[in-house]
Design a protein around this ligand. Structure first.
Ligand code: URA
Length: 237
């Protein structure tokens, strides 16, 4: 961590909003490496010990959360009209953001973090990170679908997608794995085959698999094992 302002440090660690934290600092409740500091702009580093209202506040550089996104929420950090997925994340940390985007009516796995480098690498078109979706369709699946997805689909606007992998569950239900992230890609791929997605849920991204015990709208931190595997996957890709 580079030197950062004391108020940002405390706000990032969830002590309060930036305004609340400024008040706390000005009251003299914050001790930085044995000195009371009343200036919110005072620069601190990872070597400093920081105590706020008698509690040690340790800086955690990165946070990684798995959210089971429900329908009805947009994938954004803020919006004036719509409910955002960030309203489901009960962290006072203010530097978290979603990695990639799910449509308002799509459910399932979303990674939320403040690790910009990891997010960039997961979303990079060069990395071809696999994203697997559970899909319910309006019409029956045709025999040639698997081959069509293997060949790559020409969308209605003429764009050709990379090959995808289709696993048929029953007449109207499939798992589809894609290796890129075009706008509304899954829906548009099925539209190109004159079918329509009725229900869409992301079940995995790279090595990260949606925890089946995580209820809709709930989140939890990634385990060490999940994080380690995801890092190795990105590095190897
Ligand atoms: N593809 C879609 O069409 N929608 C999503 O939310 C994700 C992938």
């Amino acid at each position: 961590m580079k030197n950062i302002r004391l108020d940002k440090y405390l706000a990032d660690m969830g002590v309060g909003t930036r305004t609340e934290v400024k008040g706390i600092i000005k009251k003299g409740a914050v001790v930085v490496s044995d000195k009371i500091i009343k200036d919110p702009g005072y620069k601190v580093s990872i070597e400093d010990s920081i105590i706020c209202n008698g509690q040690n506040v340790v800086y955690e550089s990165f946070e990684y959360l798995m959210l089971n996104k429900p329908a009805g929420y947009i994938t954004a950090t803020e919006d004036k009209k719509e409910k955002t997925i960030m309203s489901l994340i009960k962290s006072k940390r203010n530097d978290l953001f979603p990695v990639g985007r799910l449509d308002k009516d799509t459910e399932g796995l979303l990674l939320i973090t403040n690790d910009g480098d990891m997010a960039h690498r997961l979303l990079s078109p060069k990395k071809h990170i696999a994203k697997k979706y559970y899909v319910e369709l309006e019409k029956v699946i045709e025999n040639d679908y698997i081959k069509s997805f293997e060949a790559g689909i020409v969308l209605k606007d003429g764009t050709k997608t990379r090959p995808g992998k289709l696993e048929v569950i029953d007449n109207n239900t499939v798992y589809l794995t894609i290796f890129e992230g075009k706008f509304h890609q899954v829906k548009r791929m099925f539209e190109a085959l004159d079918n329509k997605v009725k229900y869409l849920k992301r079940v995995s991204m790279g090595t990260l698999i949606l925890d089946k015990t995580l209820e809709l709208g709930k989140f939890r931190p990634l385990t060490e094992d999940e994080l380690e595997k995801l890092r190795r996957h990105i590095d190897g890709n």
